[in-house]
Design a protein around this ligand. Sequence first.
Ligand code: F6R
Length: 606
Amino acid sequence: MCGIIAYTGSKPASPILIEGLKVLEYRGYDSAGLYVPGAGVHKAVGPVQALADAIPGLLPGTAGMGHTRWATHGNPSLENAHPHTDQNGTIFLVHNGIIENYMELREKLVEQGHTFTSETDTEVLAHLIGVEYEATHDMPASVVAALQSVRGTYGLAVMAEDTPDTIVAVRLGSPIAIGVKEQEFFVASDAAPMLRHTNSIIYLEDGEYAVVTPQGYTVYSFSHRQQEREPEIVDMQVEDADKNGHPHYMLKEILEVPSVLENGTRGRILMKEGNAKLGGLVDREDVLRDVERLIIVGCGSAYYAGMVGKLLVEDIVGIPAHVELASEFRHRSMLADENTAVLAISQSGETADTLAAIREAKRRGLTTVGIVNVVGSSIARETDVGIYNHAGPEMSVASTKGFLSQLELLVLFALYMGRMRSLTQAQGAELAMELLRLPEKVRMILSERHKLKLLAEEYLGYDDFLFIGRAYNLPTAFEGALKLKEVSYVHAEGYGAGEMKHGPIAMIDDIFPTVGIMPLDSTYSKMRSSIEEIRARDGKVIIVTTDGNTGVERLADDVVYIPETKECLTPILANVPLQLFAYYMGVLRGVNVDRPRNLAKSVTVE
Ligand code: F6R
């Protein structure tokens, strides 16, 4: 959470910082601020545009840093916006992360006569560094010395007033990347805000810092040992991070789903062998062959993808699989032996709980596998092996293409693991063949998206929704409800259809519609019974079902059709209309669907 961008070079810094902050808004948008030596600190509450509006024209200065905030300590206000400064006003810094012991550090500093202007945990860092800097006038040494007393996580960019073109960037637990261009250098929380300028990126490791000037960069460990670090070329285009004429990233990203699914399978299907070729897993192929139990971890939508993953693994691979909220994983007894592997699912690759779960699994000696979209992210680097989504940057806060790509990769993973066991070549080839047909089937759903808009118009006045499903589409019910509430602020609950009569059916009346996800599959008749029960209580019903199943219209107020596919692939299709429904509901209700309130894209705090 929180986005950082810093620049040092020969061009005016402020437009570069503002433009970078706009790209980074998906990390937080409670307030924004920047510091340009010689032009001072500028801050605004609200989105980055408010900051842009608050700046009086082009600021002088060819270096500086900016921050867009997702509030953790202290509400969104000018005082709490970054950059923060020290007691003397000579050190300026922007921070992503959480300082756990900030209260005790702050109390000590107050006893020594320091005054604080914000409620943030970050401000103590500026003060601590300021104290060291006053004594030594050595920025990198001051930063590292100050951090010795700090407990928590941080990605930091630090500048001193009297060395105006030098940026010290530090990483512990929160990502920091450096962008390299000739005599121009960038520091940011991820590659996206730098792509307009460079694809040459270095990712700092935990416990490293970098000194960046217009002449170059040097990476050091916290013990001041120089680290050899060459930039990697990040294969991402600027357009990938643009809206390309669409009103919102969310719509653009839903429309990208067919090509994302195509990218996910490109070069990864061995049709003759009925298998998947997953280059990222070969390093642990022997270990994966012996895995007898899989634990899948993730948060939010990634967790729901994991719920589908559990079913896929049990059905296709034939080994027990468990799915855990990453945030719970470390807080209970983990019964795992050396034949258990842990699979982490994360679009951003930075979700703090998922990363912590992976670290815990590694501490216990378990093999870890990642399904991650952001190349070079922490989870991608810390898992033993992994598969990249290649879905392109997901800018909208709500996951759409990223989630569907996770489902696709779980199918590939199950196929690969299944072929090491008892899945036959014919079964594998049949599954792979159907997987390859999905992009076209998604295109068919997308071509009818106007129907979802009409549906959203029809249901605009309702404040509560229930989403129900079973088996492979129970996670679809959870995900459909999550998407609706996060982008439209409409109350929605996902429930197992079979659970209705154990409580939730009490809520049903004529102003509490139900969305039943019921393709023609093994649980269809059971779903029908649940829907009948809801109808009998005057509940309005929207049904998502398979093309041609027109008989169901008798049971529903509205029906949304999806193309036929294998049961285990239905979530990939059934989620598409639900994403569109949530999108249109949000837009019609006047929500900024790309930036829903209180949320951030990359959840780097536990
Ligand atoms: C919901 C959503 C979130 C994320 C969750 C995990 O639309 O986007 O629930 O799925 O925060 O994020 P990643 O996948 O980046 O670990």
